[in-house]
Write a protein that binds this ligand. Structure first.
Ligand code: SAH
Ligand code: F3S
Length: 481
């Protein structure tokens, strides 16, 4: 079975955002990547100032917003199905307005208004500050659309409302957009050019989260290693910056260090790293600070040099191995996870074997694996034939998933007998009597509750495991508590 996080998961309906005096009700749900969930928190914050509180009940809503994903065709189909559901509810509540946000809004633009009669509002990822104006248009009976992409919008000045929060972990976005132009990927078209957020506004958000009791943050970007602040502006325009701007610029290693030092007890994670941009100083910074977690999500997509080239990934299999060797040398217990695509155009059986042998070398802790899905407008769609038959794609994907499961178990077994620090996040899905949290390596750990509570840092003795979960018993609070 295909293991896909963003498409199997039901879009979460997000609760909270209550501001006194607000009377209108917003139902907002998000699909796709973590950035979308983070963006919805910005949207809820903007609309809280416009009289909207969020509601968990679709039927009660004055305004329904769906934050959409375009990464694979299936993700778009899921959203289309949700629109049918909204349509049914609108029949009972005709004054309800429906808006589409995110990547599908950007990709389909006004086509959405033509194709889906139910939609009143279409807003791309860089235009959320225009929502108040767009909503007035809608109130006056007009359809409203803003899909302009921006050179400098980072929403750094907006304090996100934490939606559906466990009060312990939070996302902090640090870059928007992507300049990499991987040939299969729609993101550069839907989220625009890459720009970084002012480090001071990032640190302010981290401090605010700590003051509110949060214990772990994940710095978010399509390509965090390429973070570069030189006073604002696009990454691609850095060459034109002044000598002073260049000399005082903040790169990702520096930003990590600033975050780690500013809140030395806050756990820090980041996602996603791109192998072509990850530098040694990032790995060394991770090693230097105990509060930066020993985990790197390092998508590779394929193990074949020929396919990597066709995907416009700017590194070879050999360079990737070198990077893995550096990581394991500098941080021996660092966990590494992957994204893989099976069945990219022209992929042969030999290319697929290269992917399996790359996996064998790395033995990833976990991974997210997908069958190639052709996306309109991408270079792969324009220049290549989607020529790997569906059944072959599926078989290769299955082989990748099977191998990943084997490696997952190999990795989790190595934790047995260790005492590891776990941050408690929630009650275990499988048992009311157990807590669920994660260790530094991002592996889920479950253990009996005893007198501990959500938000505690606990030392847990690992006694058993599955291929994705560690099972143990608490032996006391950790020093960090
Ligand atoms: N840098 C991004 C990648 C976004 S897309 C990040 O922050 O995660 C997430 C993953 O979706 C990619 O790594 C890739 O494995 C997969 N993906 C992207 N486009 C795809 C496509 N057209 N077909 C199948 N999988 C795709
Ligand atoms: Fe997509 Fe490649 Fe950027 S996967 S998000 S174009 S790094």
């Amino acid at each position: 079975m295909e293991k896909i996080i963003d498409e199997n998961k039901q879009g979460e309906s997000l609760v909270l955002a209550q501001k006194e005096g607000n009377t209108k009700k917003l139902f907002i749900e998000s699909y796709g990547c973590q950035m979308n969930f983070s963006d919805s928190e910005i949207v809820a914050s903007i609309l809280a100032h416009e009289g909207y509180n969020t509601t968990p009940h679709l039927e009660d809503a004055d305004l329904v917003l769906v934050n959409t994903c375009s990464i694979r065709d299936k993700a778009e189909q899921t959203v289309r199905k949700r629109l049918e559901k909204y349509n049914a509810v609108k029949k009972i509540n005709p004054s309800m307005k429906v808006g589409v946000l995110g990547c599908m809004a950007e990709r389909l633009k006004s086509k959405f208004l033509e194709e889906e009669k139910i939609v009143d509002l279409v807003v791309g990822p860089d235009a959320y500050k225009d929502l108040p104006n767009l909503l007035s248009e809608v109130d006056e009976g007009r359809e409203a659309i803003n899909v302009l992409l921006s050179k400098d919008e980072t929403y750094g000045d907006i304090a996100p409302v934490r939606l559906n929060s466990n009060g312990v972990t939070a996302f902090v976005s640090i870059t928007r957009g992507c300049d990499n132009m991987c040939t299969f990927c729609v993101v550069p078209f839907t989220r625009g050019r890459e720009r970084s957020r002012d480090p001071q506004s990032i640190l302010n958000e981290v401090n605010d989260l700590w003051d509110k009791g949060f214990k772990e943050i994940t710095l978010l970007g399509q390509n965090v290693d390429s973070y570069l602040w030189y006073g604002g502006g696009l990454k691609k325009d850095f060459d034109k910056a002044s000598a002073l701007q260049k000399a005082t610029a903040t790169n990702f290693a520096k930003l990590l260090e600033l975050c780690a030092k500013t809140q030395p007890k806050m756990r820090i994670r980041f996602s996603t790293s791109n192998p072509q941009d990850m530098t040694l100083d990032v790995i060394e910074t991770m090693a230097k600070f105990d509060n930066i977690c020993n985990y790197i999500h390092l998508p590779v997509q394929s193990g074949s040099n020929r396919i990597l080239k066709a995907m416009n990934r700017q590194h070879t299999r050999e360079a990737y191995f070198e990077l893995i060797d550096h990581i394991k040398r500098i941080i021996p217990d660092c966990a590494i996870s992957q994204d893989m695509i099976a069945g990219f155009p022209t992929e042969t059986e030999a290319d697929h074997q290269d992917t399996l042998s790359l996996m064998e070398y790395v033995k990833y802790d976990f991974g997210f694996m997908f069958a190639y899905s052709e996306r309109p407008g991408t270079l792969a769609e324009r220049k290549m034939n989607d020529d790997v038959p569906v059944d072959v794609k599926k078989r290769r994907l299955n082989e990748i998933i099977q191998l990943q499961q084997k490696h997952g178990l190999y990795r989790t077994r190595q934790h047995i007998g260790n005492i590891e620090e776990v941050l408690i996040e929630k009650v275990s899905k499988k048992s009311e009597a157990h807590w669920s949290g994660r260790n530094s390596q991002n592996t889920v750990v479950v253990f009996p509750k005893e007198n501990y509570t959500i938000g505690d840092f606990v030392n847990v003795k690992i006694t058993d495991c599955t291929s994705a979960t560690l099972i143990g018993e608490a032996v006391g609070y950790s020093e960090n508590n």
